[in-house]
Design a protein around this ligand. Structure first.
Ligand SMILES: *[C@@H]1O[C@H](CO)[C@@H](O)[C@H](O)[C@H]1NC(C)=O
Length: 319
């Protein structure tokens, strides 16, 4: 290295050798952009069979209609990640609601994903008749089986997708809808089940491997005050996968002015499980006051997955 440096600096003293500029350019381009695996902006997301995040936020509420010409003609409308409605000429309505990403499941071939619509009302599922109306059984639901690409039974004419078929299981009070849509590309590989929180059983910072709002980038509203000298984070992972969790690292921006040290079992690379979470103490000392806060990026490597990353915002306005 020294020899090379000597070779470069043998040129005119004040001029920067063009080759060094080229080198700097390469180094700059090569620094990997660390993208935090943040929770999507809507509840319309799921995971593929290999744990990659699949975000359908751009399709929330997209309508798919199906007209059944039976003895009574009915229309079924699926609004992705919102609800399912079934209407007949008599105006009767069956209804199911999408409530959370927990109802958006990974399917098994040929079904890619399953969206479950619950808390609804199915015509044939009343347990009791009351004067005020119908009371549906808890089991009432619509399952929408999502197939990425084409319907298995027919060619979908609409590029944006269509309902391929509907089947009714009246005994079980279930309606199964097969829907084909162009699916979103798979995102980062998410270490599902991993949590980071401020208490042993909480997950404010990372839930199910996804960095939560407030910790995916610097946020004033989520910042730690000047006088706070440490924060304890509790990490937990599915016990069978905890061996994959590595030792955390951190980066501070700006690099000077905030002294940061990680301690605790989590800092030493102890394996967190659900029953025994590890603790990661972030100790920070303000050395230089600043009007805007420092950002502390913590990265936890996970073998075979995108790393768990989150940003802690630290004020050093005064001390
Ligand atoms: C910290 O993470 C944020 C969000 O990904 C990124 O924009 C920022 O450049 C990172 N800062 C450092 C010092 O790594």
């Amino acid at each position: 290295m020294l020899l090379k440096w000597k070779a470069f600096s043998s040129g005119p003293v004040n001029a920067i050798h063009p080759f060094i500029l080229v080198l700097l350019g390469i180094v700059y381009v090569c620094i990997p952009a660390t993208a935090i695996v943040a929770v999507p902006s809507s509840n319309c997301y799921t995971f593929d069979s290999d744990s990659h995040l699949v975000d359908f936020t751009h399709m929330v509420g997209t309508n798919f209609e199906y007209n059944e010409k039976g003895s009574i003609s009915t229309d079924l409308v699926v609004q992705l990640c919102k609800d399912v409605q079934r209407r007949s000429q008599a105006g009767f309505i069956d209804f199911g609601r999408f409530t959370s990403p927990r109802s958006f499941l990974t399917g098994s071939k040929p079904v890619d994903y399953i969206q479950m619509f619950q808390n609804g009302d199915l015509a044939k599922c009343e347990t009791t008749f009351e004067e005020m109306g119908r009371t549906a059984q808890v089991c009432s639901n619509f399952d929408v089986n999502i197939i990425c690409g084409r319907c298995s039974n027919k060619v979908c004419k609409d590029e944006d997708g269509c309902i391929c078929s509907i089947s009714y299981d009246e005994r079980m009070c279930r309606v199964v809808v097969e829907l084909s849509i162009p699916c979103a590309k798979s995102g980062p590989r998410v270490f599902k089940g991993f949590t980071v929180g401020f208490h042993p059983r909480s997950s404010e910072v990372v839930y199910n491997g996804l960095t939560q709002l407030g910790f995916e980038q610097p946020h004033h509203g989520f910042s730690f005050p000047s006088e706070q000298i440490h924060v304890s984070l509790y990490l937990s992972a599915m016990s069978s996968l905890s061996v994959l969790v590595g030792q955390p690292t951190f980066r501070v921006n700006p690099t000077k002015g905030l002294g940061v040290m990680l301690t605790g079992s989590g800092a030493n690379g102890a394996k967190p499980t659900v029953l025994s979470p590890t603790v990661l103490n972030v100790n920070w000392i303000c050395e230089i006051t600043r009007s805007s806060p420092y950002e502390v990026n913590v990265s936890i490597p996970v073998a075979g997955y995108d790393p768990i990353e989150f940003t802690l915002t630290k004020e050093c306005g005064w001390f």
